[in-house]
Ligand binder design. Structure first.
Ligand code: ATP
Ligand code: MG
Length: 367
C-alpha cells in the first residue's frame, strides 16, 4: 500500500499543506523544529487514529484553530482509498471512503504503517509499559478484534480496581459484583495473553533471521513473552483461566492493601535475548539498536504476510543514525516494495543513492 496525496489543515504547525508523494522514497529535510516529525506523526495518526507521541489529541490541532484535518489518498491493491481524520474539541471523526466510521476500531487497519523513531530505542531499554504498548499497537494494526478485546480488558480492570480500593483496610471482599468482574476479567485476560503469544511467535520467526543478517551472522535474537502469573503458552484457555483464578486468589490480600490488580496482561513483560543474554541489561548500545531495527523490519514482513500488502515505513531521524552497513541492510530490505518516508536535518548522513532516487521535500516553518 502507499500514500499518494496528503492534505493537512490546522495540523500542528501546518495551517494548510498539500503534498504528492513518490511511491518509493520520500525525504523531508529541514532544521530542527520546522515540522518534519509533525508530517510523520500525521501519517501515523492517519493509520492508528492516534498519535505515537501523545495521547492528548488537542495537541495535534494548530494552537489558534478549533479543528484540524488530515486527509489522504491511500492506494491499496484493490484501488484508491480516501481516508480522513478530523480533530476537534468535540472529539475525533474518522472517515473511510468519505463515510464516517462509527467506532475508531473499525477505522484502524485501513492503512498500515511501521514507524521507527529515536524513541524506539526505549523499546529495548525502557520500561515494560513501553513494550506492552508496542505489542498492543502492532497487534491492533492487524487485528481490530484485538483492539476491542483490549478496551474490554481495560474497562474490567478499572472496575475491579475500583472495588479493591473501596475495600481498603478490610481482610476480604464480600461483593457479588467483584466476583462477576473477576470472572469476566480472567476471560478477557486469557484472550489478550493468547493473542500476544501468537504475535510474539510470528515476530520471533521474522526477527531472528533479520537480526542474524544485520549482525553479520554473529547474533541470535530471541523474543520471549513473560506473563507475570507464570502461565505457560502451551496451556488451553481453560487451563490458563483456572491458573489465573488461583493466582488472583493468592494475591487477594495484597491487592486490597494496594488497591490494584496485581496479576494479568497489564503487568506482563516482553524480553529480548541476544545469544542468550538479556539485551536490556547486558546489551551494548549497538546491540540494542540492532534489536530495535530487527523488530521494526520484522514488523514489515509480518504485516506483509498477515495483511497481504506491505505497510508504509516511517523513519523519523533514524536513518542517519545507522552506520553504513545497517543503512544498506535496511534499504535493501525495502527496495522497490515499501513506500518510505525519511526525515533528516541534513543529507550528509544518508547514502548518496538513496538521496538520488528519492523525492525531496524542504521543510521550513510549517511549509
Ligand atoms: P527536529 O529536527 O527537532 O525533530 P522537527 O522538524 O521534527 O524538528 P516538529 O516536531 O515536526 O519538528 O515540529 C515542531 C514545531 O511544531 C515546533 O516549532 C512546535 O512549536 C510546533 N508545534 C507543535 N504543536 C503545535 C501546535 N499544536 N500548533 C502549532 N505549532 C505546533
Ligand atoms: Mg523531529
Amino acid at each position: 500500500m502507499r500514500i499518494d496525496r496528503l492534505e493537512l489543515v490546522n495540523y500542528r504547525n501546518y495551517e494548510s499543506l498539500e503534498l504528492e508523494f513518490s511511491p518509493e522514497i520520500n525525504v523531508f529535510i529541514g532544521e530542527n523544529a520546522q515540522g518534519k516529525t509533525n508530517i510523520m506523526e500525521s501519517l501515523y495518526v492517519l493509520s492508528m487514529a492516534k498519535s505515537h507521541r501523545t495521547s492528548n489529541d488537542k495537541e495535534l490541532v494548530r494552537w489558534d484553530a478549533d479543528y484540524g484535518k488530515i486527509k489522504a489518498d491511500v492506494f491499496r491493491k484493490y484501488g484508491k482509498l480516501p481516508l480522513e481524520i478530523i480533530l476537534s474539541k468535540k472529539g475525533k471523526k474518522a472517515k473511510v471512503n468519505h463515510l464516517e466510521q462509527r467506532r475508531l476500531s473499525d477505522y484502524v487497519g485501513q492503512l498500515n504503517v511501521v514507524m521507527f523513531a529515536p524513541e524506539d530505542l526505549h523499546l529495548v531499554k525502557g520500561s515494560p509499559q513501553v513494550r506492552r504498548r508496542f505489542i498492543d499497537m502492532e497487534i491492533g494494526q492487524i487485528s481490530p478484534v484485538y483492539l476491542h478485546d483490549l478496551v474490554t480488558y481495560q474497562k474490567l480492570l478499572k472496575q475491579r480496581n475500583h472495588i479493591l480500593k473501596q475495600h481498603y483496610g478490610k481482610q476480604t471482599i464480600n461483593d457479588v459484583m467483584f466476583d462477576v468482574y473477576t470472572e469476566q476479567f480472567i476471560e478477557s485476560a486469557v484472550k489478550i495473553i493468547r493473542k500476544r503469544y501468537q504475535f510474539m511467535e510470528l515476530l520471533q520467526k521474522w526477527a531472528e533471521p533479520i537480526h542474524h543478517g544485520i549482525s553479520r551472522g554473529l547474533e541470535q535474537l530471541q523474543i520471549r513473552y513473560q506473563p507475570i502469573s507464570g502461565l505457560k503458552p502451551e496451556w488451553t484457555p481453560a487451563e490458563m483461566a483456572s491458573f489465573l483464578e488461583q493466582k488472583l486468589a493468592e494475591v487477594r490480600k495484597r491487592e486490597i492493601e494496594r488497591g490494584v490488580t496485581l496479576v494479568g496482561p497489564h503487568r506482563d513483560e516482553l524480553q529480548f535475548f541476544v545469544n542468550g543474554y538479556d539485551v536490556q541489561t547486558y546489551g551494548s548500545q549497538g546491540q540494542q539498536r540492532t534489536t530495535a531495527l530487527s523488530l521494526k523490519l520484522a514488523e514489515i514482513e509480518l504485516i506483509k504476510q498477515e495483511v497481504g500488502e506491505a505497510p508504509v515505513l516511517l523513519l523519523d531521524d533514524v536513518l542517519s543514525e545507522l552506520d553504513d552497513y545497517r543503512q544498506s541492510h535496511l534499504l535493501n530490505t525495502i527496495k522497490g516494495s515499501v513506500q518510505t518516508f525519511v526525515t533528516t536535518t541534513s543529507v550528509e548522513g544518508i547514502q548518496h543513492e538513496t538521496i538520488q532516487s528519492a523525492r525531496l521535500f524542504e521543510v521550513s516553518n510549517g511549509t
